[in-house]
Design a protein around this ligand. Sequence first.
Ligand code: ZN
Length: 325
Amino acid sequence: MTLATSGLHHVTAIAGDPQRNADFYLRTLGLRLVKTTVNFDSPDTYHLYYGDEDGRPGTLMTFFPWKGVPGGRRGTGQATTTAFSVPSGSIGWWQQHLRDAGVEASKVVSRDSEEALTFRDPDGLGLSLVAHPQGDPRDPWDNGIVPAEHGIRGLHSVALSVAAEGATVGMLEEMGLHHVGGEGNRLRFAAGAGGPGALVDVLITPDAPRGLVAGGTVHHVAWRAPDERTQQDWRAELVDRGVQVTAILDRQYFRSIYFREPGGTLLEIATDEPGFTVDEPLLELGRALKLPPWLEPDREAIAATLPKLQLPDENNPELVERSSS
Ligand code: ZN
C-alpha cells in the first residue's frame, strides 16, 4: 500500500472575532457555513466550517475563531496562501466585488496559464482566487450573495513556504503527489488527476522568517483519504517510514491523523466519510450548534461561553438570523 491522496480535503486556520470571520466567508466570498461546532480539543472555541452546499471534501475552509487572539507571523513552515477556484472569466467580477467590499486585492497575475487575485481576510490570512484555464466542474454554492456563475468552486491549492525544498518535496512525493511545474522559487505538485483542489505550490523562501502559527495563519492542511480502511493503511505506512503520526482521531464528520512535514507545516489526512449530514439534514447545515456525543453532556456550559453569531438567512441573504446555539 502506498499513499495516494486524491487532493485537498480542507484547510484550517486561526481567526479572531467569529462574527467578522463568518461575515467575510459567507457574505464576501459567498461560501456556505456547513457546520457550527467547537474545537474538539478546546471546546470553549468555535470551529466553523465553510464549503459548498454539501461541504464536500476539497471545498472546505475551516476556522478556530477566538476573539482577541494574538496575530501570528507569516513565514516558513506554514501554508502562507490558500487559493480558491473560480471560473475563468470571473476574475474581473471578483476584482470589482472585492473592491466594493473594501478588500484590497492585488492586480490580476497570470501564471501557468492561470489568472489569480491575491488578498487577505480580515485577520490577515493570505488568500487568492484562481481561474484555471481548463475550468472546474464542481458546482458552487448558489446563495444569492455571489452569483452562481462566478461562485467559488472549492479549494484550488495551498502554497507551503519552506526554507529548503528537499525534505518537504520528499514528503509530498511519499504522499503520492508529483511535480507538474512551477518556475523560479515555486515548485508545483499535483495529487491524483491534478487540477483545482489537488495542487500544492512549494515556495522556497530561505530568507523569510520562521512562521508562527496564531491569528491570521493556517493551522494545518488536510488531504483526502477515501475511507477509514485506507487511512489505517496509510497511517501504518507512515509509521513504518518513521513519521511521527497521531492515533486516528474521531472528528465526527471525518476521521483524522496528523503529522508534520519536515519543513514544519502540520498536515492531516482526513476521510471523505461520513460527511456533514451525519448529524443534521442538508438544508439545515450550519444553523445550529452541533457537538459530538462526548461533549453533549456539557452543552449548556459550552454554549454559554460562545459568542452568539448572526448569520445571513440562506433564503434571503439580506436578513440575518441568530444561530440557535
Ligand atoms: Zn483538520
